[in-house]
Design a protein around this ligand. Structure first.
Ligand code: FMN
Length: 104
C-alpha cells in the first residue's frame, strides 16, 4: 500500500507525480478586497511539491464571503491574483485546484 504513495496518478488530464495532496485551508491572507496577493503566491508556490494542492475556500460572489480576508474569484483583480498563483505553482511543477466556497 505505502509503496504506491510515490507513484504517479492520472487525474483528468493531469499526471500527478505522487499521491500526496494538500487539503484546503483558509489562510485569511487575501487583501481587503479579496485579491489573493503576493503573499498567497509565495505560500502556494512554496507548496508546489505536493502532487495536488486544493486551494483555500474562495468565494465566487460578494455575498458568498464568510470569513475576513478570504479570497474571491469574481472580479478581474481576483482573477489576476489567482493567475499569478497558478503560474507560480505550475512553474514549480505543481498542480492546483480552486475550492469554491459560498458561505451564506
Ligand atoms: C486552519 C484551517 C483552515 C481550513 N480551511 C478549510 C477550507 O477553507 N475549506 C475546507 O473544505 N476545509 C478547511 N479546513 C479543513 C481541512 O481541510 C481539514 O482539517 C483537513 O482536510 C484534514 O481533515 P480532518 O481535520 O478531518 O483530519 C481547514 C482546516 C484548518 C485547520
Amino acid at each position: 500500500m505505502m509503496s504506491k504513495l510515490w507513484t504517479e496518478l492520472k487525474v483528468g488530464n493531469m499526471t500527478l507525480p505522487h499521491r500526496l495532496a494538500m487539503a484546503p485551508m483558509t489562510r485569511s491572507r487575501a487583501l481587503a478586497d479579496g485579491v489573493p496577493g503576493e503573499l498567497a503566491a509565495e505560500y502556494y508556490g512554496q507548496r508546489a511539491g505536493l502532487g495536488l494542492i486544493i486551494s483555500e475556500g474562495t468565494q465566487p460572489s460578494d455575498d458568498g464571503q464568510g470569513y475576513i480576508n478570504s479570497p474571491g474569484i469574481y472580479t478581474e483583480a481576483h482573477i489576476e491574483g489567482w493567475k499569478n498563483i497558478t503560474s507560480r505553482v505550475h512553474e514549480e511543477g505543481g498542480h492546483i485546484f480552486i475550492q469554491l466556497m459560498h458561505v451564506m
